[in-house]
Write a protein of this length. Structure first.
Length: 394
């Protein structure tokens, strides 16, 4: 079955971009159901790629291969998963680094599929109708490649509705025992809840940034905002922070931070927690003239689409401006955005504007991005969603 593109709409596919939007299609295949494997061809009938069809979505085809000879079956899935895992072999260590992303969707050639490994539990997120249709083959492929692991499904994201799919979670294998997994990276431990935790159970995209920022925290008074389960908090304490104030609007997150600090045997007297709106908390610190040596801003996504970018930038500027005013001379701001629609250059400009308005002398010392197990295919720049900068304030 073929999806025929309008004339001139093949340029992105020739550059190996894996998305086909409905507006680029001249003729849809008759009788093709959601999740069917289809070929995408030019207006002249030339093969461009093969992928999963989703007739009711704006993103109508997700390309899995640009090789006409490849068949989309269990062997294909197994090979892609094995290749992705091999690329991360130098990152995984069962004792010292046992929380790693196995699959990162488009950048691993499997658009609409995410998988994270936490010790011997693999948490899978199915986002496309195609992988939903091949769910059994997918489970078998993971079982054959990782026989020591249990599988858990976290397909509970609202984006599934765009594919006409209902949300679903639960064990995929009988050897699944507990939703709580004790993971460790570089000597720091935390509990991952694959049943109730964010996304697949835990954000792993900031792991390397946790370590980098933690390394400059020795003797510092640190403020960790939007702390979630305490990634930055834990590594700041490991790095020798004098004190740390961790803020999140979720009571559950705050309890998890305290639990993870205790799990590592860190000095709990150094930890102050606040369950509060971060914007409001920062304004209270400003009004009370409380200051810090290091401030970490790691907010949730402010822009879900390009239409929300302007509003998001106002929020980013507001929060960064507040942070700059709370830093002591010689202090550092580590600030991040996970809004994919906000490009790195734009985010840097927003931070620069906040620095200017703060009337502080600010220098950028480094840029941050997502961890290496969240790679970005050069043909898919949208895969770069996490960006950040480390700023030094005089």
């Amino acid at each position: 079955m073929n999806v025929i593109l309008k004339k001139g709409k093949e340029k992105s596919l020739l550059r190996k971009h894996p998305w086909v939007f409905s507006g680029a299609v001249a003729r849809f295949p008759q009788g093709a159901t959601a999740g069917a494997v289809v070929d995408v061809v030019t207006s002249a009938g030339e093969f461009l790629g093969r992928g999963f069809y989703s007739p009711n979505a704006q993103l109508v085809v997700r390309i899995l291969t640009f090789d006409k000879a490849e068949t989309i079956d269990k062997a294909f899935l197994k090979n892609r998963i094995a290749t992705a895992w091999a690329m991360r072999a130098n990152r995984w260590d069962s004792a010292t680094h046992n929380a790693v992303r196995i699959l990162h969707g488009e950048s691993d050639g499997l658009p609409g599929l995410i998988a994270d490994r936490f010790v011997n539990v693999i948490s899978i997120q199915i986002l496309s109708a195609g992988f939903e249709a091949m769910r059994n083959e997918l489970i078998e492929a993971f079982q054959e490649l990782f026989p020591e692991c249990s599988l858990y499904e976290r397909s509970d994201t609202p984006t599934r509705a765009l594919e006409g799919l209902e949300e679903r979670t639960g064990p995929l294998t009988q050897n699944f025992n507990s939703p709580l997994v004790d993971v460790s990276v570089d000597g720091v431990r935390w509990l991952v809840d694959v049943e109730k935790g964010q996304k697949t159970g835990c954000y792993l995209d900031q792991v390397d940034n946790w370590q980098e920022v933690g390394a400059i925290c020795n003797g510092a008074d640190v403020l960790d905002t939007f702390c979630y389960n305490g990634g930055f908090t834990l590594y700041a304490l490991k790095g020798g922070a004098k004190s740390i104030c961790s803020i999140d609007s979720s009571e559950e997150a705050i309890e998890n931070v305290k639990r993870n600090v205790a799990l590592n045997g860190f000095d709990e007297a150094k930890l102050e927690v606040q369950c509060a709106d971060v914007f409001a908390a920062l304004r209270k610190f400003r009004d009370s003239r409380r200051t810090f040596d290091i401030i970490i801003l790691d907010p949730p996504k402010f822009a879900d689409s390009k239409g929300h970018v302007e509003r998001a930038c106002r929020a980013y500027k507001d929060i960064n401006l507040l942070a700059f005013k709370l830093l002591r001379p010689g202090g550092y701001l580590a600030t991040y955005s996970c809004s994919g629609s906000v490009m790195p250059e734009l985010f840097q400009k927003v931070v620069a504007d906040a620095a200017l308005d703060s009337k502080r002398v600010v220098r950028m010392e480094r840029r941050f991005m997502q961890a290496p197990d969240h790679p970005v295919a050069m043909s898919f720049p949208e895969g770069l969603y996490l960006k950040g900068v480390l700023c030094h304030v005089e």
